[in-house]
Design a protein around this ligand. Structure first.
Ligand code: MN
Length: 234
């Protein structure tokens, strides 16, 4: 290989419960509006025909337990608690019935969002990148392998801020299920091991400010925490 002019970017990798190895993050896909009650609170009608997606850079990963800086360019920084599916085998045009064979495991995730930027982009029919794809915006906890927990189809998904419950739903209410999402996404991409899929958030999204502590959980999957720090002054 040619010598590199700049240092290689660090690999973002996720711990796996019960294993010494980590999973390198390849791509991060996120499903929009995948719980009806959340779509309603966002004043949009759900599309039951097909999911839609946005992406986040792997470099924008932050681990559970981290303190993130309140991000620049927003005055309305939101949490979104989500089930994350982790791809463990190549998948291209995989049928729904075989889609779960390509899922290595699951994790709790926080799709941190600059809501003001996202809504301004939506209003102007522009891409969502500034609202969704920014530094430390993809928070993911340890992966639990499907060999340990199976493929969860139901279970309470919750999020608290400073101990107060803000989101409380059940992953059985996902409009598009994990196998349906994997099958659909695999008609557009050659999915690869290490690809992550954020499956969408239930209702109850809201803002956080410096000093707040977020704690989320999904029954049978695990927990995730995040602290909000002060903005970077630099
Ligand atoms: Mn989301």
């Amino acid at each position: 290989m040619n010598q590199l002019l700049f240092p290689t970017p660090p690999v973002s990798a996720l711990p796996v419960r019960g294993r010494p190895e980590q999973v390198p993050i390849r791509r991060i896909f996120c499903v929009g509006r995948n719980y009806e009650a959340h779509a309603r609170e966002m004043d949009v009608v759900v599309d039951r025909e097909a999911p839609f997606y946005f992406t986040k850079a792997a470099e924008h990963y932050a681990p559970s337990g981290f303190t993130v800086s309140y991000p620049p360019g927003t005055g309305n920084y939101h949490y979104e608690m989500e089930l994350v599916a982790v791809i463990g085998a190549p998948a291209f045009r995989v049928p729904v019935e075989r889609a779960l064979d390509c899922v290595f495991g699951y994790a709790c995730g926080l799709d941190m969002t600059r809501r003001d930027q996202q809504l301004a982009a939506r209003e102007q029919r522009r891409p969502w990148d500034l609202g969704k794809d920014f530094e430390q915006s993809a928070v993911v906890a340890d992966i639990v392998p499907a060999t340990e927990i199976g493929h969860p189809r139901e279970g309470v998904i919750e999020l608290r801020v400073n101990g107060e419950t803000k989101q409380h739903s059940d992953i059985s209410l996902l409009i598009h299920s994990v196998p349906e999402i994997v099958a659909h996404l695999s008609t557009f991409y050659h999915l690869q091991p290490g690809d992550l899929i954020f499956t969408g958030t239930p209702e109850g999204v809201g803002p956080v400010k410096p000093g707040d502590e977020i704690a989320g959980s999904i029954a049978g999957v695990g927990t995730i925490t995040l602290k909000i720090g002060n903005p970077d002054e630099g």
